[in-house]
Design a protein around this ligand. Structure first.
Ligand code: AMP
Length: 422
C-alpha cells in the first residue's frame, strides 16, 4: 500500500525548506528592529475561540476549519489563522499587565484551512504574523505598514501593491450593513448561495464574493465611505495622510473587506502586480478582539504574511541564490571498510572548523563516491586508501582545478583552507 500526501498538503524538501527558513529568518530579523518579539502558541485551540473571534459568519469558521472532538469529547480545532491564538495567549499570560504598551509580538507556524486547493492555495500553509496590542492610532497602523514594506524590500521584492481600505467602526458597519441588505435584497435571486447566507449574517462579505467578480449588483453597491462615522472617517484620512507624507505607496480598494469578523477601520493587503496567487499578506485593526476573548478592552492591529506564497514567487523570480538540493564543502572518501574509522575522525576535524562535510561509509567504488562529491557540489575531496592509512597521510583533491596531492594528516586543516573558503 502506497500513501499519498493528503489533498492540499505537500512535502517541503531540502532546498525549499532552507528557503522557507531563510525567508522566515529575514522577516524575524527585520521585525526585531521594529521591536517585535517571538512567541509560539499551540497548533490547536478550543473551537469556541475561533468561532467567537474569526466569527460565525466567516467562511473560515463556516466551511474551512479542521474540527474534531478529542478523547475527552472537547471540540478542538487546528488553528486556521494566528491572531486568535496569539490574543488568547496575550490574555492567558496577562501580558496586558505590562507597563510597556503596546505589546508587540510575532510568530510563525502552520495554519490549516479546508479550502479548494489551487495555485498558491493549500490546506496547510505557513503564516508569519504580527500583533501590536494596546494602542489605537493611525501612527501605529502606519508603522506596521512601513515594517511590511521594509520586510518585503529586504527580501528583494519590487513593485508590490499595498491595497488599503476602511471598514469603519461598529456603528459605521451597522449603518452600512443596513443599506447593503436593502441593496442586495432587491437582487437576491442573482446572488450565489453563500451570498444569500451572507445577506443575513454579514452583508459586507458579499462585496468579497469570488463566484462572480463582475456581478452588477456588487459593482454598483453603495460604498462604505458614505456611511462612516466621523471618527472612522478621520481615522482613515489621517492614516492615508501619514502614508503620503512618508512616501509609502498604496491604492485604495473599496471592495477590500477581509474575510475575518474581528477587523474594524483600517484593513490592508499586499499584492503582486499580476496577482497570480492572491494576497501575499494581509491585516488590519481589531479593537474589540482582546475583550471578546476575555481580556481588557484594548485596541490592537496586526497582519500576517503567507510564507508559502512569498517563497513561491521568489523561486519563480529567481530571487534565491542557492541552487543545489544538498550542498557540502568537503566529501570524505574511504576506499574500504578498514579506512572508515579514520575517515570518521578526519570528517570530525573538518567539521570542527565549520565545514559542511559528507562521508561515504558504504564503501562504494571510487568512481561512485566521486560522482556523489560532484553532485553535492563539494569543493574538495579527501581520499583515504590503504597506503594513506599506513602512513598517517591523506590524499587531498581540489575538485575545481582537478589536482590532488598527498599530505600529512596534520597539514589537513591548513591545506583545506587554501581550497575551501570558510
Ligand atoms: P488571512 O489570514 O486570510 O488574512 O491570510 C493571510 C495570508 O496568508 C494571505 O495574504 C496569504 O498570503 C496567506 N494564505 C491565506 N490562505 C492561504 C492558503 N490557503 N494557502 C496559502 N497561503 C494562504
Amino acid at each position: 500500500m502506497e500513501y499519498n500526501v493528503a489533498r492540499g498538503t505537500r512535502d517541503i524538501l531540502f532546498k525549499e525548506k532552507r528557503r522557507f527558513k531563510l525567508v522566515e529568518e529575514v522577516i524575524r530579523s527585520v521585525a526585531e528592529t521594529y521591536g517585535f518579539n517571538m512567541i509560539e502558541t499551540p497548533m490547536f485551540e478550543h473551537t469556541e475561540l475561533f468561532a467567537r473571534s474569526v466569527g460565525e459568519s466567516s467562511d473560515i469558521v463556516n466551511k474551512e476549519m479542521y474540527t474534531f472532538n478529542d478523547k475527552a469529547n472537547r471540540s478542538i480545532t487546528l488553528r486556521p489563522e494566528g491572531t486568535a491564538g496569539a490574543i488568547r495567549a496575550f490574555v492567558t499570560n496577562k501580558l496586558y499587565s505590562s507597563p510597556d504598551m503596546p505589546v508587540k509580538l510575532m510568530y510563525d507556524g502552520s495554519v490549516f484551512r479546508y479550502e479548494r486547493p489551487q495555485a498558491g492555495r493549500f490546506r496547510q500553509f505557513r503564516q508569519f504574523g504580527f500583533e501590536e496590542i494596546g494602542a489605537r492610532s493611525p501612527y501605529v497602523d502606519v508603522e506596521l505598514i512601513m515594517m511590511v514594506k521594509a520586510i518585503l524590500e529586504t527580501l528583494g521584492f519590487e513593485g508590490l501593491k499595498i491595497k488599503i481600505n476602511t471598514i469603519g467602526d461598529t456603528e459605521s458597519r451597522n449603518n452600512y450593513s443596513k443599506v447593503l441588505r436593502e441593496h442586495f435584497g432587491a437582487h437576491i435571486d442573482t446572488l450565489c448561495e453563500d451570498c444569500r447566507r451572507r445577506l443575513e449574517t454579514n452583508p459586507l462579505r458579499i462585496l468579497d464574493c469570488k463566484v462572480d467578480v463582475n456581478h452588477e449588483a456588487i459593482k454598483n453597491a453603495p460604498k462604505i465611505k458614505d456611511y462612516l462615522t466621523e471618527a472612522s472617517r478621520e481615522y482613515f484620512a489621517k492614516t492615508l495622510e501619514l502614508l503620503d507624507s512618508l512616501d509609502v505607496k498604496y491604492e485604495i480598494d473599496e471592495s477590500l473587506v477581509r474575510g475575518l469578523d474581528y477587523y474594524n477601520d483600517v484593513v490592508f493587503e499586499i499584492h503582486q502586480e499580476d496577482n497570480k496567487y492572491g494576497a501575499l499578506g494581509a491585516g488590519g485593526r481589531y479593537d474589540s478582539l482582546v475583550k471578546e476573548v476575555g481580556g481588557p478592552d484594548l485596541p490592537a492591529v496586526g497582519m500576517a504574511f503567507g510564507v508559502d506564497r512569498l517563497v513561491m514567487i521568489m523561486e519563480e523570480e529567481g530571487m534565491f541564490e542557492d541552487e543545489n538540493d544538498v550542498s557540502v564543502d568537503v566529501f570524505v572518501m574511504p576506499m574500504n571498510e578498514n579506512m572508515n574509522a579514520k575517515a570518521l575522525a578526519t570528517a570530525e576535524v573538518l567539521r570542527s572548523i565549520g565545514l559542511i562535510v559528507d562521508i561515504d561509509l558504504s564503501n562504494r567504488s571510487f568512481k561512485s563516491q566521486f560522482k556523489s562529491a560532484l553532485r553535492k557540489g563539494a569543493q574538495a575531496a579527501v581520499i583515504i586508501g590503504e597506503e594513506e592509512l599506513n602512513n598517517n597521510a591523506l590524499v587531498l583533491k581540489n575538485i575545481e582545478t582537478a589536482t590532488q596531492e598527498t599530505i600529512k594528516e596534520e597539514e589537513l586543516v591548513a591545506k583545506i583552507q587554501e581550497i575551501v573558503s570558510l
